[in-house]
Design a protein around this ligand. Structure first.
Ligand code: NAD
Length: 343
């Protein structure tokens, strides 16, 4: 049994505690939180788990194999570094840390110690997202033109990172997973309304190799909970609505065709437009129900028990942070297009 210490029992931490508790390969030995009320709630729900406010007690326990970090982003680096230095494998919630330098330092530390460092890019463990990657790999959509990603909700409002670092981290990891590439340039604009210095809404455009564009709208200041993604390809188009659990994917057999008059770009009437677009069937691919976070936690255990290679290793966390860093630079410089350095 892999012995796990979970640090952070706020909104998200209990989901991780639950998954490591119900796995047949792990048990949660400690839950650490600074807040006594959070610890009391954990003790009531998971009576067999030891709760404490002292991180050192958990991290210095030789019986603990792995530390799972679900605290605010600004605390990830210190906690993960101390856990790696104590010889523990580490799963850190997204984003890996709040800076490129600290993310790189964690990757190097884990590599030097031969420890697993994984980041919780949960969407790469989502069955519908995996199906999308399969469609792209199988050339079902043809050449990809662009991706549009909307991730909005009312709250939770963060005070340590902006909406891009909190929300778009998911979309950056997802777009890169689908396209098997990282963006080369980004530009972004945002708005700060609630807390000075922190963007509540960010609109970012990412340029990927091959001229592929991705547009991201991330906000915690929006009345609608949306996880709404569109992938537009030359042959087909696809929509992914993660809020619609029954039918998250729709594959649209729609495209613009070359007209006999020399190309769709030359259409000069509604009639010729109608004849130059192909409006085929809309197909709802079946996605086997599975819990993405459970898949992520089980995969982390695979890495520890079967030497599996993480699908979301520390290095992918670093790359996402490098893209987020470039978004922050662009935000600070009025939307200037900024080069992204990966590696
Ligand atoms: N993968 C996802 O879909 C997803 C969803 C929500 C949150 N998250 C991530 O999970 C992390 C936590 O988010 P949340 O919404 O649960 O935040 P939260 O503010 O609700 O909870 C954070 C908890 O950490 C505790 N804490 C803070 N500093 C600590 C420290 N140094 N030592 C011990 N405990 C400490 C706080 O008391 C609090 O209980 C963030 O990194 C966030 O990005 C991921």
């Amino acid at each position: 049994m892999i012995q796990v210490a979970v640090v952070g029992a706020g909104h998200w931490g209990p989901n991780l505690i639950n998954n490591f508790e119900r796995s047949s390969r792990s048990e949660v030995r400690y839950v650490v939180d600074r807040d006594a009320k959070r610890l009391a709630a954990v003790a009531e729900r998971f009576p067999s788990v030891e709760t404490c406010a002292d991180f050192d007690r958990a991290v210095d326990d030789a019986g603990v194999d792995a530390v799972v970090i679900a605290t605010p982003t600004s605390t990830h680096f210190d906690l993960a570094r101390r856990a790696l230095e104590a010889g523990k494998h580490v799963l850190v919630e997204k984003p890996l840390t709040d800076s490129v330098e600290s993310s790189r330092a964690l990757c190097e530390l884990a590599e030097a110690r031969g420890l697993t460092l994984m980041v919780g890019h949960v969407f790469v463990y989502n069955a519908a997202a995996r199906r999308v990657r399969q469609f792209i790999e199988d050339d079902e959509l043809g050449r990809i033109y662009y991706i549009s990603m909307v991730r909005t909700n009312l709250g939770p409002i963060r005070t340590d990172v902006n909406a891009a670092w909190d929300l778009a981290a998911h979309d950056i990891s997802l777009a890169s997973y689908w396209l098997d590439a990282w963006p080369t340039q980004v530009s972004a604009t945002g708005g700060q309304f609630i807390n000075p210095g922190i963007d509540d809404v960010v609109f970012a455009t990412l340029r990927f190799p091959g001229g592929i564009l991705a547009n991201l709208h991330a906000s915690w200041l929006n009345p609608r909970k949306s996880r709404d993604i569109t992938v537009v390809g030359e042959k087909k188009m696809l929509t992914f609505d993660d809020v619609n659990l029954d039918a998250p994917l729709r594959l649209h057999d729609k495209q613009v065709e070359d007209s006999e008059s020399g190309g769709a770009a030359l259409v000069d009437s509604f009639h010729s437009f109608r004849t130059s677009v192909h409006l085929g069937e809309v197909f709802e691919p079946r996605v086997e129900p599975s819990e993405p976070l459970r898949n992520e936690c089980e995969h982390f255990l695979d890495c520890l028990t079967e030497s599996a290679i993480p699908v979301s290793p520390g290095r992918s966390g670093l790359a996402v942070v490098q893209v987020l860093g470039a978004i922050s630079t662009s935000l600070a410089e009025g939307g200037r297009e900024v080069e992204v350095e990966i590696g």
